[in-house]
Design a protein around this ligand. Structure first.
Ligand code: NDP
Length: 279
């Protein structure tokens, strides 16, 4: 089974980013990471993003607000970051605490700085197959993994487990744009095992530790595991029981070391694209 390593994909994206950076005048583009509170998931994603931006030669600044900040006060700060001409792109760590109206922020964020595709304008573009906006980084990272390893979704049966607005839904649109025949599964799917096994490319984005073992994987299928979970021993694992795949899947992404590393590389690419578009 071929191991689809995220680091290899990230290295290819880094070359692309450096090519694009050559056309950026002045200081390197700056990413604003906006975090409210101290959720460990957010902080771990933030650390990964900072490391990646630094490694790619990009600027990054975290804007951290207390977890109990009021809606109006947060919106004031967010509006200032949004307006700041030195900020080329924004990554908002979500979910926000309940007192802040997240859908207002989605509407507030400047679509040209909305690197993770949360604004209605960018979502609409993804659904229309218009590549001029920003798709959510994780969904795009799945496509980048396939591209880097020359695995074409064209004409293939692709099954995606998960229908969130962050991964499953936008990814289904990117796959459709790439001419795949797409099936989306969720908690009400009647025959999850059979539907997954029928896929030539199976994408797991359910957020359930090791829920998909080899019974869910067709012979020679390509398996992309988006899940980031903690197993019974406290170790990071995906939605796929990776150890069970040998002899079934032809290729699979590991967790950690798979899609996660690519997500932040896509974020970097989006940042440079935003900077170039805003010139
Ligand atoms: P959500 O919880 O928002 O969505 C999970 C989706 O999976 C839902 O549509 C849900 O169905 C479906 N689902 C959950 N359990 C089952 C099940 N037993 N059978 C079938 N479908 C199921 O999660 P996200 O989309 O935000 O994230 C998914 C995973 O990806 C998480 O592990 C997350 O940590 C990871 N992630 C990884 C990133 C990366 O960079 N690699 C970035 C973002 C997320 P229903 O709609 O019916 O509830």
């Amino acid at each position: 089974m071929q191991v689809l390593k995220g680091a290899e994909v990230s290295a290819k994206i880094k070359e692309e980013v450096q090519g694009l950076l050559a056309s950026v005048e002045g200081p390197a583009p700056k990413l604003a990471i906006v975090r409210v509170g101290e959720r460990p998931d957010d902080m771990s994603y933030e650390r990964g993003a900072i490391k990646k931006m630094e490694n790619f030669g990009l600027r990054v600044q975290s804007y951290v607000f207390p977890g109990d900040i009021g809606d109006a006060e947060f919106k004031e700060h967010f509006a200032a970051i949004n307006r700041d001409s030195d900020v080329a792109g924004i990554l908002l760590l979500r979910p926000l605490p309940g007192q802040i109206c997240e859908s207002d922020i989605e509407k507030m964020i400047d679509p040209a700085k909305d690197l993770d595709g949360i604004s209605p304008a960018n979502i609409a573009k993804v659904f229309a197959g218009d590549e001029s906006g920003f798709a959510p980084c994780t969904a795009e990272a799945v496509m980048e993994v396939l591209r880097a390893f020359d695995i074409s979704p064209k004409g293939k049966r692709v099954t995606i487990v998960g229908r969130s607005m962050v991964v499953g839904r936008p990814l289904s649109m990117l796959m459709l744009k790439a001419n795949a025949t797409v099936t989306i599964c969720h908690t009400k799917t009647a025959d999850l095992e059979g539907t997954c096994r029928n896929a030539e490319i199976l994408v797991a984005a359910a957020g359930r530790a090791k829920m998909l073992d080899k019974r869910f994987v067709g012979q020679d299928a390509v398996v992309i595991d988006v899940g980031i979970n903690v197993d019974e021993n406290g170790k990071l694992c995906g939605d796929v029981d990776y150890a069970s795949l040998d002899g079934t899947a032809s290729a699979a992404t590991p967790v950690p070391g798979g899609v996660g590393a690519v997500t932040t590389a896509v974020l970097a690419k989006h940042l440079v694209r935003a900077a170039l578009a805003g010139k």
